[in-house]
Design a protein around this ligand. Structure first.
Ligand code: PCA
Length: 321
């Protein structure tokens, strides 16, 4: 009996020794579809490696703020993370390719964009000691407004909630004052009257129950920003080969599953906004044309900051179309 116990303890101890634990930091809520997808990814990895790699998910900006997560993973302060790609544009401008207004208009476009963007992201990540695992888009970005809008003049002097440098620039072009509000604080910012309008997805409106203050949602389909899940390269490389393979396989599955989830929540959320009494509409044609011109101006500015690398995405992107 005693010998069995000792043998069992020895096995348990050696298994514990072989176990690696990663923390994964994200800036979004645990209930968010992106985070649910990560939780499933972590489960898949744990199962495929019989517990040799456990990934503990820390949501809600709990470990690091969304915009600091890439640097924290790069510096090895946390092994893995998720952020929105546009949060990296200052350091990796090409990461902002998916938040240029009116370039990507559908999930198929978003897929083509990601296929072209990924090799460049891989290169920039490798230079920084990072490894991209997968990326998943948010549903299309629409316009939320407190009062019905007819033209850009309606935004002059309003406070527009922003979540990255792209949305800041758009707020400026509309003559609004940008107010930086993390996604998890939108409901509070609305309740305390800090913001009047915003551009984001239907699901973000649902998660923050915006209908109390905001009554109009316009499906302008402005862009499909992506969240990216990544790991410190040293942490990845120190795994045994079979564990690395398991992580890559689970990543691929998470990417496929995440895109399907995104598409499903896109339509469900728009219906939910309607069911809560919000008016879901198209914007007037003149205003749409005005927004498109702003989008073009934005993309000229962006191409200037990115330089030649922008061609690697946009030349094939427009040729394939
Ligand atoms: N929701 C996030 C990013 C894009 C989106 O749809 C946010 O509003 O911050």
């Amino acid at each position: 009996m005693k010998t069995y116990l000792i043998a069992a303890l020895t096995v348990a101890a050696s298994m514990a020794h072989a176990q690696t634990q990663w923390k994964l930091a994200t800036g979004y809520r645990a209930e968010s579809f992106h985070t649910q997808n990560i939780a499933q990814f972590a489960k898949d990895v744990e199962q495929a490696t019989s517990g040799a790699l456990r990934i503990e998910v820390h949501p809600n900006n709990e470990l690091f703020k969304l915009n600091d997560i890439r640097q924290a993973v790069q510096d090895g302060k946390v092994q893995a993370g998720e952020t929105i790609m546009t949060s990296m544009v200052k350091d990796i401008p090409i990461a902002g390719a998916d938040a240029i207004p009116f370039v990507v208009g559908s999930y198929d476009d978003a897929r083509r964009m990601w296929d072209l963007q990924r090799p460049l992201i891989d290169k920039h990540f490798a230079e920084r000691g990072l490894k991209a695992l997968y990326a998943v888009p948010w549903p299309p970005q629409g316009l939320y407004a407190g009062t019905p809008v007819k033209s850009s003049a309606d935004f002059k002097g309003t406070r527009m909630r922003t979540y990255n440098s792209s949305t800041v620039r758009i707020a400026q072009m509309l003559g609004a004052t940008p107010v930086d509000v993390p996604m998890v604080d939108v409901n509070k910012a609305l309740a305390s009257g800090r913001m009047d309008n915003m551009i984001t997805s239907a699901v973000t409106g649902v998660e923050n129950q915006v209908w109390g203050q905001i009554k109009n949602y316009y499906e302008i389909n402005a862009w499909f920003p992506k969240n990216i899940v990544f790991v410190n390269l040293k942490a990845f490389d120190s795994l045994p080969p079979a564990t690395r393979q398991a992580v890559l396989k689970a990543s691929q599955q998470a990417e496929t599953r995440g895109w399907a989830m995104s598409q499903a929540v896109a339509s469900e959320s728009t219906l939910e906004l309607k069911s809560k009494g919000m008016k879901v509409d198209r914007i007037p044609a003149d205003f749409e044309a005005e927004l498109k011109r702003m989008g073009e101006k934005f993309s000229r500015e962006w191409v200037r900051t990115v330089g030649n690398e922008a061609n690697n995405i946009f030349v094939p992107y427009y040729i394939q179309r």
